[in-house]
Design a protein around this ligand. Structure first.
Ligand code: DAH
Length: 348
């Protein structure tokens, strides 16, 4: 309807808009209010915008110029006021957020619990590291094993009394849960030509449970075969291992023993870690603790795996990882390893 207004009316309508704007902007309290005022005056359909459009319909050039100047003034005033107001509101908003969202850095934080390697795995890694540093490779075998590998091929036939030494879990007549890691020796010899130098760490199972036995535990098997392997090599390797693992001044002794798969066989003892050899309840007053079984590979085992016993000799050994860990850290109950009590596990 602006086209119908006289130039005086047009000018006075600008004054009205300016007054209305001053009163509106004075009432603005939030950024949302500001947005509304901006739309009302300088938006696409705003009051000031409409006046700018009406400019073209003023016929008299002098009046047009004067009118244009006034509209521009009004437009600049409106825009400057809006901007100024916006800045103030934003500052206020920031201050409000700083106040309401501030964090109390003196409050104690939530601590993150770190997991750690199980003591058995720590000791397993340590044992592996020592043998790998002596040039041994690492081999693996199945936990569900054929009777043949677990017993027969290790010179433990069906009627052999040594079968009773290892209370076996039978899966079927000729399948067992392996009772030791020794079957890996046979599997490795079947697939590899000598010379060889390996260890085979892994889980083994026996139907047995008390303070020093669990139905599942870990062993590390060792096997070295070459043309001239002697008992001296066996002693050298195992002494070096034991002194690396238990400390360089650890007393070590080899005691004659019997295993069907080695001949001669020896059990290896270390000076009792509890009484330092003086004799105590743990070492049954002998001053010595048994740590592993060993011996020179029985020629019958070589024959069964296809190695020529006239040409090759070798040594083998086997140790219990739980036992090694208990001796190293003076732990008196094997079940602690499998109860998942964090108070115990966090000590390692
Ligand atoms: N397999 C035996 C056991 O579980 C340990 C052992 C003894 C392994 C003598 C050997 C060895 O390789 O030569 O009690």
């Amino acid at each position: 309807m602006d086209e119908l207004l006289s130039p005086e009316q047009l000018l006075s309508s600008l004054t009205q808009i300016e007054e209305a704007f001053r009163s509106d902007i004075a009432k603005v309290a939030t950024l949302a209010d500001l947005q509304q005022v901006r739309a009302k005056y300088s938006g696409k359909k705003g009051l000031v915008t409409a006046k700018m459009k009406a400019l073209s319909s003023v016929p008299d050039p002098v009046q047009k110029k004067e009118f244009g100047r006034r509209i521009n003034e009004l437009k600049n005033f409106v825009e400057d006021s809006l901007k100024g107001r916006e800045l103030l509101l934003k500052e206020g908003e920031q201050e409000r957020r700083l106040l309401t969202e501030k964090i109390d850095i003196t409050l104690p934080g939530k601590s993150v619990q770190f997991g750690r390697t199980h003591p058995i795995n720590q000791v397993l890694s340590e044992i592996k590291d020592i043998f790998v540093s002596m040039g041994f490779g690492i081999e693996d075998g199945p936990e569900v094993e054929l009777d043949h590998y677990n017993f027969e091929a290790l010179n433990i036939p069906r009627d052999h009394p040594a079968r009773d030494m290892q209370d076996t879990f039978y899966i079927s007549d000729d399948v067992v849960l392996r009772t030791h890691t020794s079957p890996v020796q046979v599997r490795v010899m079947e697939k590899t030509k000598p010379p060889l130098k390996i260890i085979a760490p892994g889980k083994v199972y026996r139907c047995d449970a008390d303070v020093s036995h669990t139905a599942m535990f870990h062993q590390v098997e060792g096997l070295m075969v070459d043309t001239d392997v002697s008992f001296g090599d066996l002693k050298g390797v195992l002494e070096l291992f034991i002194r690396s693992f238990f400390g360089k001044d650890t007393p070590v002794r080899f005691r004659p023993s019997y295993f069907p798969f080695t001949e001669p066989s020896a059990e290896v003892d270390i000076g009792c870690v509890f009484c330092k050899g003086a004799g105590c309840r743990v070492c049954k007053t002998t001053g010595w603790l048994e740590v592993l079984g060993s011996g020179l590979v029985n020629p019958r085992v070589f024959e069964m795996t296809g190695y020529d016993p006239a040409r090759y000799s070798g040594f083998a050994f086997g140790m219990g990882v739980e036992r090694m860990t208990m001796l190293k850290y003076s732990i008196d109950d094997i079940r602690l390893f499998y109860e998942n009590d964090l108070r115990f596990l966090r000590q390692f």
